[in-house]
Design a protein around this ligand. Structure first.
Ligand code: PRP
Length: 213
């Protein structure tokens, strides 16, 4: 049995064409079922639905053989025990610093004042500001980061930006582009050795869609 860990939503939807290239069709719609283990048209391949931030954990400890996860999640989790053969170039977005409209970010950074930064991406934010030599106090949040500068909880946020609509709707502006994000295929290293043939077949099929030859 090959187990693939996916999260619901954008990553799941954008993975379907990749699975199709590997001849795999998921038999249930995750938005319509309460099941967490989804069968596929291939009796020896199944999909497990996990929280996006849990995908690297499942694959690292062998709860799943393979998984698809954002670069953001991987950087926060660390990639111990994970083989990363492919950038799938799906679920593309960026991770940025944003502040309230009218907040003079450049001056705050120039003056060397301590910035308070709220984020779900503590490791990425810590590395980014350390490289810039900016002192920051980090506040860990689990969602709705946009509220932090509006309520005075923080001066800035570090968050994912895709269309920019969420920032705009909350009168926030992007002031730094930290990095581009896309989803990666991650593979459990022991599984790759033990189930080499079927896992290689999936990796190769995904690769043929991502980088057509
Ligand atoms: C992300 C991010 C922003 C939003 C950005 O949240 O945290 O809130 O998307 O997208 P936009 O630039 O297209 O408006 P997501 O919907 O992934 O949910 P989350 O709050 O659980 O991270």
């Amino acid at each position: 049995m090959i187990t693939l860990a996916l999260s619901k939503g954008r990553i799941f939807d954008e993975t379907l064409p990749l699975l199709k290239a590997a001849g795999i069709e998921v038999l249930d719609d995750p938005e319509k079922t309460r099941k967490l283990i989804l069968a596929t048209n291939q009796p020896d391949v199944r999909v497990v639905l996990v929280r996006a931030t849990d995908v690297p954990t499942y694959v690292q400890y062998g709860g799943a053989d393979l998984g698809i996860t954002g670069k953001d999640t991987l950087l926060e989790h660390g990639s111990d025990g994970l083989y990363q053969p492919l950038d799938l170039q799906i679920a593309k977005c960026r991770i940025s610093v944003a502040v309230r409209e009218g907040f003079d970010y450049a001056a705050a950074v120039r003056q060397g004042s301590r910035l308070t930064v709220a984020t779900k991406y503590v490791a990425i934010a810590r590395d980014f500001f350390a490289t810039k030599g900016v002192h920051v106090d980090l506040i860990k949040l689990y969602g709705s980061m946009e509220l932090a500068p509006l309520t005075g909880l923080a001066d800035a946020i570090v968050d994912l930006v895709s269309t920019g609509n969420t920032l705009k709707a909350n009168h926030l502006v992007e002031v730094e582009h930290i990095m581009d994000i896309s989803s990666r295929l991650v593979v459990n290293q022991a599984a790759l050795k033990l189930k080499q043939e079927p896992i290689r077949r999936i990796i190769d099929a995904f690769a043929s869609v991502v980088e057509p030859k």
